[in-house]
Design a protein around this ligand. Structure first.
Ligand SMILES: [Fe+2]
Ligand SMILES: [Fe+2]
Length: 167
């Protein structure tokens, strides 16, 4: 994420940079989930992705509110980490023919995305609190809770899809 760029001079700059990074990531996820909904074969997995697509659209809005509360214009910075996770998801999903195995691959890819978001939101919340921006921390925490909930749902789906795949 270009952490050591010369533009970042203090914690506030760092917070804003990371906010731009998650804003970019959330927008990419909004663009990617429809493809994952298409590819998923189990109806439960499709529904899970659909629900998380709606939540993710709301994550974008909450991040925009955080920018506003923090007094800076909403903007993105390219996040190579999420680009890589999404590219890998595309590659893996296009290589799998067996539908139960495909679902397992999609779930694994989606969990990598959720874990990325969870780590970023955890850091952003800690930094927002350090900066005394409790209102920003609260909004970011709402996103974090939904990421954790999505991750747990995926774990449950993974267990049932793996059972089908090896049956
Ligand atoms: Fe999200
Ligand atoms: Fe998510």
């Amino acid at each position: 994420m270009g952490l050591f760029t010369k533009d970042i001079k203090n914690m506030d700059d760092l917070f804003i940079h990371q906010l731009k990074d998650i804003y970019y990531a959330e927008k990419r996820i909004v663009g990617t989930l429809p493809k994952m909904i298409d590819k998923a074969t189990s109806s439960e997995l499709k529904q899970g992705f659909e629900k998380h697509l709606n939540q993710t659209k709301n994550h974008v809005k909450r991040v925009e509110q955080v920018f506003e509360l923090h007094g800076v214009a909403a903007d993105t910075v390219t996040c190579p980490a999420i680009d890589g996770i999404i590219r890998e998801a595309d590659e893996v999903a296009s290589d799998v023919d067996n539908k139960n195995v495909l679902d397992a691959a999609l779930i694994a890819a989606a969990q990598a995305v959720e874990h990325y978001e969870i780590t970023r939101y955890g850091t952003l919340i800690a930094w927002a609190k350090e900066l005394g921006a409790e209102d920003c921390a609260d909004l970011l925490d709402q996103n974090l809770e939904e990421e954790k909930e999505a991750d747990e749902k995926l774990t449950r789906l993974a267990e049932s899809s793996i059972n089908r795949a090896v049956a």
